[in-house]
Design a protein around this ligand. Sequence first.
Ligand code: BES
Ligand code: MN
Ligand code: ZN
Length: 508
Amino acid sequence: MMELRKKDPWEFRGDLVVCFVGEGDRKMAAIPGAVVRKALGQAWKAGDFAGKKGETFLLYPALLGTGEAELPRARRVLVVGLGKPEEKVAGRREQVRCAAGTAAVRAGALKARRVLVVLPAGVELAPEEIAECTAEGLLLANYRFDKYKKEDPDKQESVRVGKFLLHGGGLATASVRQGMEAGMSAAEAACSARDMANEPGNGWTPSSFADHARKLARRSGMKCRILDRSDMKKLGMGGILGVSQGSAQPPKLVILQYRTSKKKPTLMLVGKGLTFDSGGISLKPASGMEEMKYDMCGGAAVLAAMEAIGREKPAAWNVVALIPATENLGGSAAMKPGDIITHFGGTTSEIINTDAEGRLILADALAYGIKTYQPDMVIDLATLTGAVIIGLGHHRTGLLANDDTLAAGLLEAGELAGEPLWRLPLGPEYRKQLDSEVADIKNTGGRPAGTITAACYLQEFVGDVPWAHLDIAGTAWNFTEKSYMPKKGPSGIGPRTLLHFIRTTGAR
Ligand code: BES
Ligand code: MN
Ligand code: ZN
């Protein structure tokens, strides 16, 4: 899919060579070869290209004649604008990712199969970062999900690029290789999360999570445990059992363990794996309900992050991942409003709305995981509330945490990954909205601050362990429009932020 290439880019005989130019950079030093610079200069003078974000300039070298010595051998050259030089590192990284994404989109539309990309060496970033973000942008934008469609060449508007070759453009090869590999691994994780999410509810069930995790464990030497309904009954996991009651698909609690060293701290990841959320007896409206196959995006993000962890084998953290997986349907045995369930650990909960099911399955997974694995830190990801879309739209993930250091670390990681977060508060005044007359807690807190009260519910089960909750209901699909994100459908958000966090933080 992607390789380094050291030879002169103009010697490349493939379908397309891509170069990048910053806004206002009339010297175009990053473009190897005066002929192409000269041709681009014409477009610049005409006002057709100025290196702005999203701008592209396509050139057929053959049109430049045959006399020129340094004429590119590729069929086409594409110059992509990077935009204005950015002040902040996160902004520069995003600029590179977006420009690489634009390149991959254009390449796909041109039906280019082999593409050489010259890294934008002029950007004020470490060479590793330039390579990392270029690789990410290219691979994320090159993603397609077409396994359920007949191939029809007449209707095909674009193809997937078969191979990207990265040319360092003067940057140190070892750094470029290291960055490229990090970017490839992160993009692969995000695409894997997209693949899981794109599967329909009948193609990706709770058992799919279990099967996928077992295979991953075998491949990468991790430990895998799958708790099924009988285990859950023994352990008293009334939340996940209650939610799964109305469905014929057996629930699973998938547990994966990556261990590096006893001396290192343990990070626990938890992902909501609701493979279809009909709302249960508190049935959702029919319009748009098909999107609720994406209610497993938190679980997909965690499982995909574990894939990358299995590849990268980070030294700073032991990681344990838990994915409670079930459907939420309204079968004859389904949980009913008014029912009282007992979570792992004994906390009772009055069910007001069976559609507030995510918190119920997460509560069991959090309580069980913390008791069993005694993590030093906990991060959960869940498409938990429609309210977070009202608050933050589709542009930022909601972050709620009981620990400022962890929150700051995640805000930073998200920013650098191009998956920004925004922190919302927690507090006893919100928790009070969940007081029940008949049980320890109730599962909804009314309309006000729905995202916060949902997080308060989870907080009840984490105790004093540093914990952060990412509400990805607005960002897991139909995320902010940008070149390397699909306009519709799952974004694969989460794994890249987690990886960034894991790679750059350690024992503190
Ligand atoms: N999976 C949904 C949240 C959701 C809604 C995600 C829309 C993405 C788009 C969750 O299980 C849910 O239904 N939450 C309810 C909670 C309410 C009943 C307190 C919601 O947000 O409406
Ligand atoms: Mn629901
Ligand atoms: Zn849900």
